[in-house]
Design a protein around this ligand. Sequence first.
Ligand code: FMN
Length: 431
Amino acid sequence: MPDLSINFCGIKSPNPFWLASAPPTNSGYQIARAFDAGWGGAVWKTIGETIVNVSSRYSAVHYANQKVMGLNNIELITDRSLEDNLREIRDIKKRYPNHALIVSLMVESKRETWHEVVKRTEDTGCDGLELNFGCPHGMSERGMGSAVGQVPDYACQITEWVKEVATTPVMIKLTPNITDIRYIARAAVRGGADALSMINTINSITSIDLDTFVPRPAVRGMTSHGGYCGPAVKPIALNMVHSVAADVDMPRRVPISGIGGIQSWSDAVEFMLLGATSVQVCTAVMHYGFRIVEGMIEGMENWMREKGFAKTTDFIGKSLARVADWGDLDLNYSIKANINQQTCIHCGLCYIACEDGCHQSIRMERRGETNYYEVKEETCVGCNMCSIVCPVEGCITMLDKTNGKPEMSWKQYQKLLTEGKIAPIQPPVHV
Ligand SMILES: Cc1cc2nc3c(=O)[nH]c(=O)nc-3n(C[C@H](O)[C@H](O)[C@H](O)COP(=O)(O)O)c2cc1C
């Protein structure tokens, strides 16, 4: 049986699946049910400043027949009292000593205030702290959340204050609402962070009611920009996890907890292949409930067994070396599309996509009542678009036509070109 357990900067967890700090972790009642369902850990909904929330709070983007491609929220941190939260955290840690229980914190940017909340929180026996430097709405206007996470000096300073008194590992949760996440990640690590988590939500306005002209979610005829999350943000989160995990200028390597759009075991594996040690989930649990973790555990176990991985560290970071600078990619590698005439349903989607939007490399031929489609190999650039739009699984495949040509990166190409050793590569000629 593969071992799913992880050791996250000293915090042990029976599996890498953690609940993200959000509504599913707002109370001891919920976290107990989540741990009973199989979640390995949880990051308690952010505690700290006293706040008041608005109604309504969420809006979503649906795509085709799929509900909640993305979720937007204008909710703040917990509106429950600090005392209630701390009492329940203590109780949960006692009842579930082998689960990872991390508490998310956000208070005003004053050293004494941070010291106090850290001491009171750690007094509960929790396993670690996550500093919320990522919330992009409401709290940021008050100088907290992403207002801290967008300025490297602030992120470094507050991390230092927390590390002055913290006795458990300190994880910094990063905002994606920046130009290059690595600068904040480095600053947090310089400040002494033991771990990083990413991403918090992305600034967004999801939609507008075309009758009332009010964007959603509406609060008495008005809205405010909110935080976007859910399946739509996964590619952005994966890229950010990779850029931090692969950052050569990082002062120190620290474990990463990957967050953003995770709803299945395979999503989780992808984050871990790019360097995450644990993953956190919010939207998928808000949509489908705690029990999705059963499929996540089973799916990861099956996949590990199939691949021959005995433990999670056998595959964490395994895809990191597979992401390179564009300039290191092989210009001589060549693939061409191939349409299987036996399975083609003659819908013409590949033709339209290629002819109007891409590289005019599919030939259409009318035979009787039916249109037939064939790839023009001489001009096909191997862009993948026809296989992406084809509704028949496996009908369009991309075939390797490199024909033994040696590898040549753009960097090598530039050098050979400058030395006059090769002629410029010409793009395909369309007739
Ligand atoms: C309604 C809602 C409330 C959230 N509240 C918090 C919070 O209090 N603290 C925090 O660090 N992140 C909060 N988040 C962000 C999530 O923890 C998570 O970073 C984000 O939703 C991306 O993960 P997902 O795509 O799985 O939802 C909240 C997200 C949602 C949807």
